[in-house]
Design a protein around this ligand. Structure first.
Ligand SMILES: [Zn+2]
Length: 234
């Protein structure tokens, strides 16, 4: 019985170390997530500003086309002017031309506004692109550090798991199974030394008879209150 207990406690010692390494590994995840989220936010800024630039470019192209079209109209009116025969025809041609010139003037002032907005949109876009590049450079070091910590913890974990597997063969299968179920359920220490007259984990008093059984035979019992394995420490 004492041998079984000693073998189980050796396994547990490794499990507690494994648990610490697993927690250290889990603690790296929020750091990675934070890096990813920050980068994703800046990438979204880049994308949004790019959409604004594209929209202004489209408006600019459309307006340039309209201006060319209306200037063509003015040219045609000009040509008609030279060919008019009557005063009425001349007046009509002048009116048309003036109308087209007004339209072109309005469109050109719109174009000036669009050009200005486009300059601003491009500047914003380039600023976001620069921020994304800066973020990538800035994060490279942090990501390398996280990756190297992860690799070293992964290495330590596989060494500990191999050690644990070697020790686990010395624990009888039913006891090991029971211990593992408790350990996994509690996600922490499964076997606890009796503390005075009480369970070491939850401090609930243990009936005298069960305590005597444990202390006499070096046995392992289950706490009725919290479900951990209990034993008498030498
Ligand atoms: Zn307990």
């Amino acid at each position: 019985m004492q041998q079984e207990l000693a073998a189980l406690l050796a396994v547990q010692a490794d499990d507690l170390e494994i648990h610490v390494i697993e927690e250290q590994l889990a603690a790296l995840q929020p750091r990675l997530k934070e890096l990813d989220q920050r980068k994703a936010r800046i990438a979204a800024d880049v994308e949004r500003s790019q959409v604004v630039v594209a929209a202004e470019e489209k408006k600019q192209a459309f307006l340039r086309e309209k201006i060319a079209e209306h200037k063509g109209l003015i040219d045609r009116n000009q040509a008609q002017m030279d060919a008019v025969k009557t005063m009425r025809q001349a007046t009509a041609a002048v009116t048309q031309m003036e109308e087209a010139r007004r339209i072109v003037a309005t469109e050109e002032s719109e174009l000036v506004a669009i050009n200005r907005r486009l300059d601003e949109a491009r500047a914003t876009w380039h600023a976001h692109q620069a921020a994304l590049e800066a973020c990538t450079v800035e994060q490279a070091e942090a990501r390398t550090e996280v990756a190297s910590q992860q690799a070293s913890l992964d290495g330590a974990l596989s060494v500990m798991r191999a050690k644990r597997a070697d020790k686990a063969v010395h624990v009888p299968a039913p006891l090991l199974g029971k211990y593992d179920r408790i350990r996994i359920r509690r996600r922490s220490q499964a076997a606890w030394p009796v503390n005075g007259m009480a369970c070491g984990a939850c401090d609930t008093a243990i009936p005298m008879q069960r305590r005597n059984q444990m202390s006499n035979g070096g046995g392992i019992d289950v706490c009725e209150a919290c479900g951990v394995l209990m034993y008498f420490a030498e």
